[in-house]
Write a protein that binds this ligand. Structure first.
Ligand code: BGC
Length: 248
């Protein structure tokens, strides 16, 4: 089945049509930059622009950077508080003109890695982490997702830990890979104390450069880079649409 996958990040909306059987993108991804925090109208226009770019009329799966309960948003991370408590499915439906399903962005990335990437066939507990503007997290056990896990919001020195250890912090403070990895190790130590996953998959832009910093990591679990790298969020948003449709 062909679904338009859209991944909403802290600095851009990225989308492409996805073949959900193979996990392949059917065209080069289209990226629309946004301001941060992002006014709702601007975000909806970005989704509209992605659908227009691909002249899309079919189903649309969206990975959203906050808690998603059914069709509605709960607390939101870096996109902006104005996105909280909205009927996201209805708004994105109107914006894109396609039947829309919305889920958390890290849950989407995890679904893609479990089906087509680094978690494929892994029977135990798997934690997917996405390192970008924030830190996204998704936990799987025997291939099943526990949705809306927000490890990036663990309190740390009075703030969410993602403001201490995300990839955006590395950039903002111009940290070396080594100094940033020390922060990631502090995050991983807390996370491992809370859920002791057997495998940790790390995605986001920094996963492309895993050779620069993975050797500094001290997790007990095996840590691997996401195999779909930056496409995981787009592919997974499309998969989540399909799973949502199966449940209807
Ligand atoms: C949000 C999460 C999201 C993560 C990555 C956090 O700020 O609360 O829901 O998965 O950023 O985008």
């Amino acid at each position: 089945m062909k679904v338009l996958g859209i991944d909403i990040g802290g600095s851009a909306f990225k989308g492409a049509p996805v073949d959900t059987k193979t996990g392949r993108l059917l065209a080069e991804r289209h990226r629309v930059e946004i301001t941060s925090p992002c006014p709702t109208a601007e975000g909806l226009a970005a989704a509209r622009e992605i659908a227009r770019h691909f002249q899309w009329r079919g189903p649309v799966g969206i990975g959203f950077p906050g808690i998603v309960l059914g069709d509605r948003s709960g607390p939101v991370g870096n996109l902006g508080k104005n996105w909280e408590g909205l009927n996201l499915a209805a708004r994105f439906n109107r914006a894109t003109g396609g039947d829309t399903h919305v889920c958390n962005d890290a849950d989407a990335a995890g679904l893609a890695e479990m089906k087509f990437g680094a978690g494929r066939g892994f029977p135990g507990s798997v934690l997917m982490l996405t390192m970008g503007t924030g830190i996204g997290s998704a936990l799987f056990y025997q291939g099943r997702l526990m949705p809306n896990l927000e490890f990036g919001h663990i309190p740390w020195q009075g703030r969410p830990i993602e403001r201490f250890a995300s990839a955006a912090v590395k950039k903002r403070l111009d940290l070396s890979w080594r100094d940033w990895a020390k922060r990631v190790n502090q995050f991983l130590a807390v996370v491992e104390r809370l859920c002791a996953p057997e495998l940790i998959i790390i995605g986001g832009g920094v996963s492309k450069k895993s050779d620069r910093w993975f050797h500094y990591l001290k997790a007990k679990a095996r840590v691997v880079p996401a195999r779909l790298q930056n496409d995981a969020g787009i592919v997974g948003a499309a998969l989540a649409w399909e799973q949502g449709a199966e449940k209807k």
